[in-house]
Design a protein around this ligand. Structure first.
Ligand SMILES: Cc1cc2nc3c(=O)[nH]c(=O)nc-3n(C[C@H](O)[C@H](O)[C@H](O)COP(=O)(O)OP(=O)(O)OC[C@H]3O[C@@H](n4cnc5c(N)ncnc54)[C@H](O)[C@@H]3O)c2cc1C
Length: 421
């Protein structure tokens, strides 16, 4: 909870670079603590990767991207351009150091440790969102419908058991769902789906971009300042960053929060911190005029894509593509999800679609960096949230506020240090 008003005076100024869901939550949490916050982005709040995700706030899915058996999957990742996880050949040499680290995280021991570290944050996600969303009066952006994983046949469901066991081991509620119950929950689902798992504590947003916009509006109403500018570098003083160079002039900085998603890497480097951060690109396809309705998000656990009922239509989201930040999007990867979804929901027309690509800011162990810099006491890091950035936005904001206020953070931040590599 924010400190009461009488204690807030003199908190000082703080600048947050990046107004994705993570930076926006940081800005709102800090503003509520009585800091004078400036939020800087080259675009409008939530317009980057945070606009296009599947909208799932996955309180109960501790699952790193690197899991046992990953090494065996590498040839298929390189050779099957239609797979759910692909590496684009020409970028392979540049990606090798990151991939090597990623594969090293796929042992059973590392997978379990990384899942445990994710779960420490996930345990706080529900409360954190409740706090920030209530402060912004944006409760209408969230739906509490759980998350439904679906499978065709017992064999596919059995393959998923180890993942569900992992969730259960970490205290997550997972309900097995039979064919009849699936029909009742989602009448539009193809009858070939016979098995499912429902995670009742997960929730989702009907519009991730608008959620960030609403949080940013609340931040501005509380006195926060949003500045649209592209940061090009950091000016260093004796005690750390003293200004951001931007395309519209120099912005003096008292304290700095680096929350620029995958683009944080180069700024972290300027601050003397080298983090293996790469883009794990993902795609969505919006189905804009669908009459088919689903009651909550449905995830095909075998084909690795999610269908989420959003305010602007049905969103099909998934695919992991390792390439580079500046490689052109391959929107065929978004289109590929349409036949899969038509197979899942046979009445889907898919007549009017809009594809999108974004960058999951991915660190090999699937954990973010959340800390106060060890080199510069006026600098905080909040980036690298990978496939869980929407989920972890609010708790990251509250943790950065804990650090900036000099309080013991509500979660032990050791697993998220930037020097863990
Ligand atoms: C297809 C797909 C599906 C996903 N589904 C989910 C999901 O269901 N649930 C979930 O939890 N996560 C999901 N994710 C992941 C999630 O979207 C990301 O982890 C999250 O959006 C990252 O947020 P961020 O604020 O760190 O980064 P971003 O949203 O990328 O924000 C960074 C901001 O920094 C700004 N910026 C960068 N450089 C500069 C600069 N030089 N100057 C000024 N501004 C700058 C950018 O404009 C941007 O607004 C998904 C991702 C993808 C791609």
């Amino acid at each position: 909870m924010p400190t009461d008003a009488s204690n807030r005076a003199g908190r000082g100024a703080i600048t947050v670079l990046g107004a994705g869901i993570v930076g926006t939550c940081c800005a709102l949490a800090l503003q509520r603590e009585g800091f004078s916050v400036t939020l800087i982005d080259r675009d409008t709040p939530g317009a980057g990767t945070s606009s296009g995700n599947a909208g799932l706030i996955q309180t109960g899915t501790p699952m790193p991207m690197a899991t046992p058996g990953m090494l065996r999957k590498v040839p298929a990742m390189l050779l099957d351009p239609k797979g759910s996880l692909v590496i684009r050949w020409r970028y392979l040499p540049r990606l090798l150091p990151w991939l090597w680290r990623f594969l090293r995280q796929s042992s059973a021991r590392r997978t379990e440790a990384n899942a445990r570290a994710q779960m420490r944050l996930l345990d706080h996600v529900g409360d954190a969102y409740r706090e920030l969303v209530r402060a912004a009066g944006a409760e209408d952006m969230l739906r509490h419908k759980g998350l439904l994983f679906v499978y065709r046949g017992a064999a596919d469901a059995r393959d998923a058991e180890w993942e569900m066991d992992m969730f259960r081991r970490h205290g997550v509620r997972v309900d097995a769902v039979g064919a009849d119950e699936l029909r009742q929950m989602e009448p539009a689902l193809n009858r070939d789906y016979t098995h499912g798992f429902h995670l009742p504590d997960c929730f989702y947003t009907v519009d991730p971009k608008h959620l960030a916009e609403r949080l940013a509006e609340a931040f501005e109403k509380m006195g926060g300042v949003f500045r649209k500018a592209e940061a090009t570098g950091i000016e260093m003083g004796e005690a750390g960053p003293r200004a951001l160079r931007t395309t519209s002039g120099t912005v003096p900085v008292e304290r700095l929060v680096l929350a620029a998603g995958v683009f944080s890497k180069k700024f972290a480097q300027e601050l003397g911190v080298s983090v293996p951060l790469e883009s794990a690109r993902g795609y969505h396809l919006m189905l804009l005029d669908e009459t088919v309705r689903i009651n909550g998000p449905v995830l095909d656990g075998k084909r690795h894509f999610a269908v989420t009922p959003m305010s602007g239509g049905l969103r099909l989201a998934g695919m992991v593509e390792l390439a580079s930040l500046d490689a052109a999007p391959n929107y065929e990867r978004a289109e590929m999800m349409l036949p899969l979804a038509q197979d899942m929901l046979p009445a889907l027309k898919g007549a009017k679609t809009r594809p999108w690509m974004g960058h999951r800011p991915m660190i090999p162990d699937s954990l973010p960096v959340i800390e106060r810099s060890r080199r510069h006491a006026n600098t905080y890091f909040a980036f690298g949230h990978g496939q869980l950035g929407l989920t972890l936005g609010a708790i990251t904001g509250l943790l950065i506020a804990d650090l900036a206020c000099g309080r013991e953070p509500r979660v032990d931040l050791t697993p998220y240090r930037s020097d863990r590599f």
